[in-house]
Write a protein of this length. Structure first.
Lengths: 329, 363
């Protein structure tokens, strides 16, 4: 075991994937010599060469569109979008091409592309640097969406996302880049000893009264809320895969707690929480002691940084929702 | 009527509209008599296929068709300039290109029939499926060319698009990326004068091929209704790409004789006399005159080709009418390459729902 930040764990995972498969190429703005603005690709160009870690011109649609062509030629491109709010120029390529090519070609042309996007707020940034665009991608058939929450998960799931023959939008919680955790670097994603799969939700804490469903940056916040709660025994489920959602694991949790609060930074309206609430209502109707509640960002544009603490779900807002859920019984 | 403002005096031409072979200082082509006859045959067959497909749409057998009439020389001439190992990225109008890559006529029509969103195996034909979103494919072509470059392979890539697409961001980003990576790609722009109802004049006062210079690679305009010139220029640019000399831009100056698609009504925006001018520049007619005058083909040959074209039309008509719909559960196929818990559940639910009807024939 090594103690790594999530940033270093992602770097180590990318390195493993590149060592295992020479068709894995990295492509993005400033990812080569600079190592990316968050240094996730630090040192990879030096070790793997300019032909495998390519600095791209500054054009997001170009980055993703070129990745489509590389995939058609048999490569496994891993592209970096520098910030969440800069992905929209590439939205057309992602939705119209990346997501639909396999279907259009009737299974002939796979799109094993990973689109890495640092996402979410809490770092005091200017506009377009703190957004949570996951619902756009989760809504699009043909894409998969993963959001890791800690260094160990990041290390393994980035490798699994790269090995996947489907396109994956890989959302990295940027405010957790510097959080540390234990990572077993002797394991690679194909190792039979390694049990983590990105497609299953993870029960990170057991409890009996309320389930908190969360992902990405909110997982740590929810674990802190669960630890701080005096009245309720809280179970924490890290959804991890936002498309497809692992409703089975979450339903099992809700069937024994009877209550569910979904937490995410993204605005609530038509968000991941709405989908989770609908699915759990369908599956767990007779087990529910209270309506499914949501704690989310408000339905406003991401605010200027001096206001972001009021926008982002925090421990108090989560526990307030837990109290409201408990009040139903 | 609009003039030929976008046409350059230096446009490469090897065969005049009157069927006269003329020299050009920069480009030439030497073809055998058999190859010349084949070019004629291919263009006639593509036109017949196109005409038949237009008719089939009118009869309700196809949902839509994007006619290529008038652009046969640009498409067949460039498509046949490719080597087998090259890769083509055609648009939805480039039936002459897909024809040249060996895609079967019914495969070409199946998307317009509505039985698939694709139609052929892109790897088998080294020919991508069209992206209907204008210009998207140009970036794919550049990415593919970068892959060719990484492989050290002796192949070139050709990206097709129209004059309208030159306004798209993706096309211009494609130019930037190709120049930056020195990718072995040929940008082949068919300037057919019309982007639905918008004229090329709306795009720019300068000829389109001149834009290439700003991106740092050569651009050349070719008479797009001259199959010999198109083939000569395309071959030269593909050779250049394979030799590691980077991207280039070809503007084939041509004309869309038909509607944008069968849903369009061009009489609302253009005059009939413009069509008459271009009819005199017809790509097939000028090659026919040349072949006849040179004694390369005679009436018997032309009749044989016409007969073959009639046979192709029959085959297409019968094939389209009897083309089966995909089974309903095909809804769920190939959305993902790997198992997907949500779709697996939806497929099961769908099949159970379908099976719940006693006669099993719910549609």
């Amino acid at each position: 075991m090594t103690t790594l930040t999530m940033a270093r764990a992602l770097n180590a995972g990318l390195r493993k994937a590149m060592e295992r498969d020479r068709k894995v190429v990295l492509f993005g703005e400033d990812i080569g010599r600079l190592g990316g603005v968050f240094r996730i690709t630090d040192g990879l160009q030096k070790d793997f060469g300019e032909h495998r870690v390519m600095d791209s011109p500054l054009a997001e649609s170009g980055i993703v569109g070129v990745a489509v062509g590389l995939a058609m030629r048999g490569y496994r491109p891993v592209v970096e979008i520098q910030f969440d709010g800069f992905v929209y120029p590439a939205f057309d390529q992602i939705v119209s091409q990346v997501a639909k090519m396999h279907r259009r070609s009737e299974g002939v042309t796979a799109m094993p592309i990973v689109i890495r996007i640092p996402f979410g707020g809490g770092i005091g940034a200017v506009e377009h640097h703190s957004e949570s665009p996951e619902a756009y991608f989760a809504h699009t058939a043909g894409l998969r969406v993963i959001a890791p929450s800690d260094p160990a998960a990041a290390y393994i799931t980035i490798q699994q996302a790269i090995a996947c023959n489907d396109p994956v939008v890989y959302l990295e919680p940027k405010r957790r880049y510097w959080d540390k955790g234990e990572v077993d670097e002797t394991l690679d994603a194909s190792d039979p000893r390694q049990v983590l799969t990105p497609w299953r939700a993870r029960v990170l804490r057991r409890g009996t009264d309320v389930t908190l469903a969360c992902y990405g940056p909110m997982v740590r916040t929810c674990l802190e809320a669960a630890a701080a709660s005096e009245e309720a025994s809280i179970e924490v489920v890290d959804l991890q895969s936002l498309s497809p959602l692992d409703i089975d694991t979450l339903a099992q949790s809700v069937e024994h707690t009877g209550r569910l609060v979904v937490v995410h930074e993204a605005s609530g309206n038509v968000g991941i929480g709405a989908e989770v609430a609908a699915r759990i209502s369908e599956r767990c109707f007779y087990s529910l002691e209270s309506p499914v509640l949501r704690v989310t960002g408000y339905d406003v544009p991401y605010p200027p940084s001096r206001l972001e603490e009021h926008f982002l779900p925090d421990l108090d807002r989560i526990l307030d929702a837990v109290d409201r859920a408990m009040a139903f019984s | 009527m609009r003039g030929d403002r976008g046409r350059s005096a230096e446009a490469v031409q090897l065969l005049t509209p009157e069927g006269e072979r003329v020299p050009h200082p920069g480009y030439d082509i030497s073809l055998t008599d058999a190859e010349l006859r084949d070019l004629y045959r291919d263009m006639v067959l593509v036109r017949r296929l196109d005409t038949e497909a237009t008719a089939l749409q009118r009869q309700g057998e196809l949902g839509l068709w994007a006619p290529c009439q008038g652009q046969e020389a640009a498409q067949v001439g460039s498509g046949l300039a490719l080597e087998p190992q090259d890769f083509a990225y055609p648009t939805y109008r480039d039936h002459g290109v897909t024809w040249s890559r060996g895609v079967a006529p019914l495969e070409m029509l199946s998307m317009y029939r509505g039985v698939t969103n694709g139609g052929w195996d892109p790897n088998k034909h080294q020919c991508a499926l069209p992206t209907i979103v204008i210009g998207n494919q140009v970036l794919h072509a550049v990415g593919y060319a970068m892959g060719v470059q990484l492989d050290g392979a002796d192949s070139a890539v050709i990206a097709y698009f129209g004059d309208g697409a030159t306004a798209e961001g993706d096309v211009n980003e494609g130019f930037v990326f190709a120049a930056h990576f020195h990718a072995p790609v040929v940008f082949f722009c068919q300037n057919n004068q019309w982007a639905i109802s918008s004229t090329r004049d709306r795009l720019s006062d300068a000829p389109l091929f001149e834009r290439a210079g700003g991106f740092g690679f050569p651009g050349v305009q070719v008479d797009g209704n001259d199959v010999l010139a198109v083939m000569a220029v395309t071959r030269a640019m593909l050779d250049r790409a394979r030799a590691g000399e980077g991207p280039s831009f070809i503007e084939a100056y041509t004309y869309r004789m038909g509607a944008h698609t069968t849903s369009d009504d061009p009489t609302r925006y253009r005059h009939a006399d413009e069509l008459e001018v271009w009819r005199l520049r017809d790509p097939i007619e000028r090659l026919k005159v040349f072949l006849a005058r040179q004694g390369i083909a005679d009436r018997h040959y032309f009749d044989t080709v016409d007969h073959e074209a009639a046979g192709l039309a029959n085959l297409v008509r019968d094939g389209v009418r009897t083309m089966p719909d995909p089974p309903p559960a095909a809804l769920f196929e190939n959305v993902y390459a790997e198992p997907h818990v949500l779709l697996d559940q939806e497929r099961r639910d769908f099949l159970a729902y379908e099976a719940s009807f006693a006669d099993g024939a719910h549609a």
